[in-house]
Design a protein around this ligand. Structure first.
Ligand code: ZN
Length: 324
C-alpha cells in the first residue's frame, strides 16, 4: 500500500468516526442549512376538523375532550402540535405549549379563569412555547436537571431544546414547582400522577388522571413516527417508559399525544398501543424486528405508529435512571 493511499484511508476513517461522534451536531447544522435555504414550512391549509373542534382563530383549534379537559391544536403548523389544558377546581395545567410561533397563553387564558401552571412534557422547542409562556412553570425533577438549576433558574441545553435550526433561542425557565416522578399533582378536585416516560428524551413525563382515565403522553407516543434517535433518546429508556405506562393504563384508558398526522381533532390511543410498542421494542432488542432505512432506521409498531431509532450497533438498551 502506498503511503499516499494509507494517509487517505486514515483520513477517511477519521472523517467517518468524526461524523458518527458528532452526528447530532452534523444533523443540526444540516437542518439549520435546510431551514435557512428553504425557510420554515408554510402553514398547512385548514382542514375540516369535525363537529367536536372549534377554530379559535385562523391558527388554533379548541376541542373539549370533557368538561375539564381541552385540547388546543395547531393543525396548520407542520408538526401539528396538540397541547392540553387540564382544569381542576383551584388551578389548571397547560401540558405543552407548542413552538410559540403563535402565542398560546392568551388562548389558554381565554378558556379559564383559573391560574395556569405550564408543564412541558419535555424540553424540545416545539413544546416550550418559545421561552416563558406562563408565570408559573413546573418541570420534572431529575438529578441531571435539578443539579444545574441555580436558584431554580434552568437554562436548556441545545441537546434538550433543538430549536436553533428553526430560529428559536434557548429559553431559561424560572421553575416554580419540581415534579417528582411517581408523585401526584393536586389541582383541587383533580389529581394528576407524574409518570416518568423517558425514551424520546431523558426528561420526558406523562400525566395520568386515574379518576377520568386519561393519559397525556407528550412525545412518548402519539399517532405518527416516534423519534428515538435524537440526542437525548435511547431505546433502553423507551423500554422503561413503556413499562411505566403499562403499569397504569387499562383497556379503557384514553391516551392523548402531543402531535397528530391528520384530522379530525386530537386522536386517541389506548392500552393496546402501549402493548404494541412494548412488543416492538422487545423484538428490536432481540434483533427480530424488520426495518427500513439506514439512519434513522424505521421500525413498524402498528397502523398508528412507527419507531425511528439508531441502527442496532448504536442502540443503547440501558435505562438512564433505572427503576429502584
Ligand atoms: Zn420532542
Amino acid at each position: 500500500m502506498t503511503k499516499k493511499l494509507t494517509v487517505s484511508l486514515v483520513a477517511l476513517s477519521l472523517a467517518v468516526i468524526g461524523l458518527f461522534l458528532f452526528r447530532y451536531q452534523v444533523a443540526l447544522v444540516g437542518m439549520s442549512l435546510a431551514f435557512s435555504l428553504g425557510g420554515v414550512p408554510d402553514l398547512l391549509p385548514a382542514e375540516e376538523e369535525g363537529d367536536q373542534v372549534v377554530w379559535h382563530d385562523d391558527y388554533y383549534t379548541i376541542e373539549r375532550l370533557d368538561s375539564r379537559t381541552i385540547a388546543i391544536g395547531e393543525p396548520r403548523y407542520y408538526q401539528q402540535n396538540i397541547s392540553y389544558l387540564i382544569l381542576g377546581e383551584d388551578r389548571a395545567i397547560l401540558f405543552d405549549a407548542g413552538a410559540g410561533s403563535r402565542k398560546i397563553r392568551p388562548v389558554a387564558e381565554g378558556l379559564t379563569q383559573l391560574p395556569i401552571t405550564f408543564v412541558p412534557s419535555h424540553f424540545h422547542y416545539d413544546h416550550v412555547g418559545d421561552g416563558l409562556p406562563f408565570d408559573r412553570i413546573a418541570v420534572v425533577d431529575l438529578p441531571h436537571i435539578r443539579s444545574r438549576a441555580n436558584d431554580d433558574q434552568l437554562t436548556l441545553t441545545w441537546q434538550e431544546h433543538l430549536g436553533e435550526p428553526e430560529g428559536f433561542d434557548l429559553p431559561t425557565f424560572s421553575v416554580a414547582e419540581w415534579l417528582t416522578p411517581g408523585t401526584n399533582v393536586d389541582l383541587g378536585g383533580r389529581v394528576l400522577k407524574v409518570i416518568y416516560t423517558p425514551g424520546h428524551t431523558t426528561d420526558s413525563i406523562s400525566l395520568f388522571d386515574a379518576a377520568a382515565n386519561l393519559l397525556f403522553a407528550g412525545d412518548f407516543m402519539y399517532q405518527g413516527p416516534l423519534f428515538a434517535f435524537l440526542p437525548n433518546s435511547s431505546l433502553g429508556d423507551y423500554d422503561q417508559g413503556a413499562k411505566h405506562l403499562s403499569d397504569v393504563v387499562n383497556s379503557e384508558t384514553k391516551i392523548y399525544g402531543a402531535h397528530r398526522l391528520y384530522p379530525p381533532g386530537a386522536p386517541v390511543l389506548g392500552a393496546s398501543d402501549v402493548k404494541d410498542l412494548q412488543n416492538s421494542l422487545m423484538k428490536i432488542k432481540n434483533g427480530e424486528q424488520e426495518t427500513q432505512g439506514l439512519y434513522p432506521v424505521i421500525y413498524p409498531v402498528n397502523d398508528e405508529m412507527t419507531l425511528w431509532a439508531e441502527p442496532p450497533w448504536l442502540q443503547n438498551w440501558d435505562a438512564t435512571y433505572p427503576d429502584q
